[in-house]
Design a binder for this molecule. Sequence first.
Ligand SMILES: CSC[C@H]1O[C@H](OP(=O)(O)O)[C@H](O)[C@@H]1O
Length: 363
Amino acid sequence: MRIDGMAYRTIWPDGEGVVAIIDQTRLPHDFAVVRLTSLEEAAHAIRAMLVRGAPLIGAAAAYGVALALRADPSDRGLEQACATLLATRPTAVNLRWALERMRALLAPLPESQRVEVAEAEAAAIADEDVEINRSIGQHGATLIRAAAARKAPGEPVNVLTHCNAGWLATVDWGTALAPVYAAFEQGIPLHVWVDETRPRNQGASLTAWELKHHGIPHTVIADNVGGHLMQHGKVDLCIVGTDRTTATGDVCNKIGTYLKALAAHDNGVPFYVGLPSPTVDWTIADGVREIPIEERDGREVSELTGRTADGRIETVRVTPDGSPVANYAFDVTPARLVTGLITERGVCAATRDGLLGLFPERR
Ligand SMILES: CSC[C@H]1O[C@H](OP(=O)(O)O)[C@H](O)[C@@H]1O
């Protein structure tokens, strides 16, 4: 995507043994590029959410393996790299998918070839992500165009999204926001309701930042507003991302997604999910029972970080000292609440047959 006229991806090789990332913990107030040179730095970047979003986590892990092998290309080095990176965050299946792909490719190779092949495969994973998301954008834009056809000429289509599933959550384009970017480029009038997405505020700090830089009309709202907007006909469709979707169409995504899906279902608002195929966990069928839900540090709930009036970045406490905090980072939306899955091969029902119809090789 372009930032002040300059094209960026969220992650890119930046010289021998160096991988550059946008530090998303500094947005929206500061745009900072961080350079990773080791397995430990790559693992920290994922764990501390300098990079986040299922597809980007997968790409970052792949580059992390390549960095690790520069230090230790042995079988032990490869296994330790994969284990370290897999342990960074438990929910996004792209992490496991990328590491399994890297391990399967690299393990049979002599040590002397592993670094070069690892770097090429990480770049391939990144490039594939861009093309997958571009395609999701095109398929999803048809849904926004159809919504526009049901409105008065020139009246914007109101899309509600949760968290950040934009280009910052991927290598480029995004998943839930890719259809928004594609529809905007096609000249379809639209507006995006941006859930702030407590506690990390990926919506308020990342999605709003993306849309502002792209010139897309948007309004940041508190997480609890979406149901009210749907009741009053102010949401034409919801499009969200996913960190892991089961073979039967259950969708794991940022905490609060399930509540939005319930409100959408209750108000007859279509609820779509941007779903790149590496985010499908073909091995599980019951998302609520089988998907591990990350629990993060309670300080993400009890504290807030922002910019003061005189430009300083400060963190303040918003809960009483000593009040216990629970910080579940994801929830699971049952397939029955999902109108459709927007994949790189087209839009399908949130069912096993729907997914297998687009991915018959998975039968
Ligand atoms: C395109 S995946 C985006 C997905 O990832 C986010 O989680 P996190 O920011 O914790 O990595 C959120 O669930 C987004 O929908």
